[in-house]
Structures are given as structure tokens and as C-alpha cells.
Design a binder for this molecule. Structure first.
Ligand code: CAA
Length: 283
């Protein structure tokens, strides 16, 4: 199972980061989005991040050009057919993901690996939408995917050990990430720790315990975190934080995992963080 061509379905915040990471490491990427407008938005994200990498001295002009040349953008699902590995990174909706995996099942070769970047949907539920759940696993990147050095690789009760070994080798030796194997449980390892922490910070803010700026400064300066929890929540997206905390609550039934009311109200109000222009801060 050699991986030469990687398909990525979805070019939002996570998908575009994954497209960039794979293409920067010299592989061909087929990047599929739903509409020409979504393709344009994905391209703009990748180009913006490459621009930042060049301006920070992380990439030279030749490598930027080579990265862009490695990416084929398409709205046509059938163009994913030559992929050895497809990584799905669309919104957190099981019905949509199941539909995509069914379609992948019908276009990909028998030995192609299908992976999801979901952060909170049980991967076995996605895998069982295909006729080959042994070829399905989770590969969970962190935002921004170009900078964050971790990838969680998730095996379900059906995933073949060979698939896990190929994906782990790919993430480690081709993408240069540190892999942490994780079980198919809500939150895997990172989000099971991170999202309850963020929700505690939101509850603290809601209770008037401290201002948003002070909570963030406290964790940044007191614990050496690169950003405080409310700034990070805005970066992740408050809808994603809510969905993940709800998944943790549903899975473990612990009261402390119930999402804080303020988080629900902000999501209902369309205050989703950076992507909507307003969250705990304005952008
Ligand atoms: N390409 C390559 N390198 C880049 C880059 C890019 N597009 N953008 C930034 N960098 C590099 C910078 O050059 C810098 O490298 P050095 O330290 O070697 O100089 C480093 O990344 C940090 O960059 P900056 O200091 O300029 O800060 P920034 O504002 O650009 O980015 C940050 C800051 C990387 C986002 C940092 O604040 C951070 O690490 N925050 C925490 C992010 C985090 O926790 N992410 C996980 C979220 S959870 C998740 O994603 C999972 C989920 O399912 C919800």
C-alpha cells in the first residue's frame, strides 16, 4: 500500500491545511470541494498560508511553486479515483460523511485507504457506510495543520492493522508529524482533555469570575500556553467546541461535560469565533 496520491474532500479550515501539508511534502493532492466558489475559497486559504510560510522564512519561492503544482482542484468526485488515501474533512455531520464514504467506496480501488478527520463522530459509524470498513480509519490533524506537529491515528473495531501501520508510517515519515494512536472514543486523546478545559474557561467567564482577557492572559502567561482558552475557542470555532463537548457528554454522561449555557447561546446567535467575525473577541 504505497501512498503517492492523496485525495482530500473538503477544503475548509482543516481541509485546506491538510491539502497544504500533504502537497508541501511532495505528494500529489486531489482537492475536492462541492462548488467552484468553495474551490476558490480553499485555494485562497492555501495560498494565504503559503504566503505566510514564505514571509516567515519557512518556505522558499521554488517550494511554494512546487506545492501549488502538486494540487489538482476539482468539484468532480470521480477525479478522486486514483487516490491511494483519501482524507475527508467536511463539516461534522454523520449523514453527510456517510454519503461521502459510500461514494468513495464506489470510486476508489480496492486497496485504497479511506480516512476521516472527524473530531467527534464515532469513526465506526462512518466506516459501516462502506462495504470495506477494514480500510477506514481516523487521521485527526490540529489547527493550523501546517504548524501543529501532532496527528492522532484512530483505529475502529474493524480497521485492519495494516491500514493503521501504513497511515502511521505516512504521517510520521512523509508528513513529519508525531503520531499518537487513539481509540474510537469521543474526543480521542486531545479533545477529551482540551474541550472540557475550554468549556471550564467559558463557564468561568459566564460566572463573572474573570474577564476574557484576564482568563486568556492567565493561561498564556501563567502556564506558557501559546494562546488562552477563549482565544483558542474562537480559533477552533464555537460551533465545533459545542459539538465536541456534546459528543463527550453523550458518550460519558458526566455532568461536568455538559456544555456551558453561554456557549450554546453564542452558537445560536451565530457568534462562532474568528470565522464569523465575532466570538469572545471581534475580528
Ligand atoms: N506555514 C508554516 N509555518 C507557519 C505558518 C504557516 N502558514 N504560520 C505560522 N508558522 C510558524 C511560524 O513561523 C512560527 O514558527 P517558529 O516558532 O519556528 O518561528 C510558528 O508557526 C508560530 O507562529 P507565530 O508565532 O507567528 O504565531 P501565529 O500567530 O502565526 O500562529 C499559532 C500561532 C501557531 C496558532 C499558536 O498560537 C498556537 O500554537 N496556538 C494553539 C493552537 C492549538 O492549540 N491548536 C489546536 C486546536 S484543537 C484542534 O485543532 C482539534 C480539534 O478537533 C478542535
Amino acid at each position: 500500500m504505497a501512498i503517492d496520491t492523496v485525495g482530500v474532500v473538503g477544503a475548509g479550515a482543516m481541509g485546506s491545511g491538510i491539502i497544504e501539508v500533504v502537497a508541501r511534502n511532495g505528494l500529489k493532492v486531489v482537492a475536492r470541494e462541492i462548488s467552484p466558489e468553495a474551490v476558490e475559497a480553499g485555494k485562497t486559504r492555501v495560498e494565504g498560508s503559503l504566503e505566510k510560510a514564505v514571509s516567515r522564512g519557512k518556505l522558499d519561492e521554488a517550494d511554494r511553486a512546487a506545492t501549488l503544482a502538486n494540487i489538482v482542484w476539482t468539484t468532480d468526485f470521480d477525479e478522486l479515483a486514483p487516490s491511494d488515501l483519501v482524507i475527508e474533512a467536511v463539516v461534522e455531520n454523520l449523514d453527510l460523511k456517510a454519503e461521502i464514504f459510500k461514494a468513495l467506496d464506489s470510486v476508489l480501488d480496492a486497496d485504497a485507504i479511506m480516512a476521516t478527520n472527524t473530531s467527534s463522530i464515532p469513526i465506526i459509524d462512518i466506516a459501516m457506510a462502506t462495504s470495506r470498513p477494514e480500510m477506514v480509519c481516523g487521521i485527526h490533524f490540529f489547527n493550523p495543520a501546517t504548524v501543529m506537529k501532532l496527528v492522532e491515528v484512530i483505529s475502529t473495531q474493524r480497521t485492519s492493522p495494516e491500514v493503521i501501520s501504513v497511515v502511521t508510517d505516512f504521517a510520521t515519515n512523509v508528513l513529519g508529524k508525531r503520531v499518537v494512536p487513539a481509540p474510537d472514543r469521543a474526543g480521542f486523546v486531545v479533545n477529551a482533555l482540551l474541550i472540557p478545559y475550554i468549556c471550564q474557561a467559558i463557564a468561568m467567564f459566564e460566572a463573572g469570575h474573570a474577564s476574557a482577557e484576564d482568563i486568556d492572559a492567565a493561561m498564556q502567561l501563567g502556564c506558557g500556553h501559546p494562546m488562552g482558552p477563549l482565544t483558542l475557542a474562537d480559533m477552533i470555532g464555537l460551533d465545533v467546541c459545542l459539538f465536541t463537548e456534546e459528543s463527550l457528554h453523550a458518550e460519558y454522561q458526566e455532568r461536568f461535560l455538559a456544555p456551558p449555557p453561554l456557549l450554546r447561546r453564542m452558537v445560536s446567535a451565530g457568534k462562532l469565533g474568528r470565522k464569523s467575525g465575532e466570538g469572545f473577541y471581534t475580528y
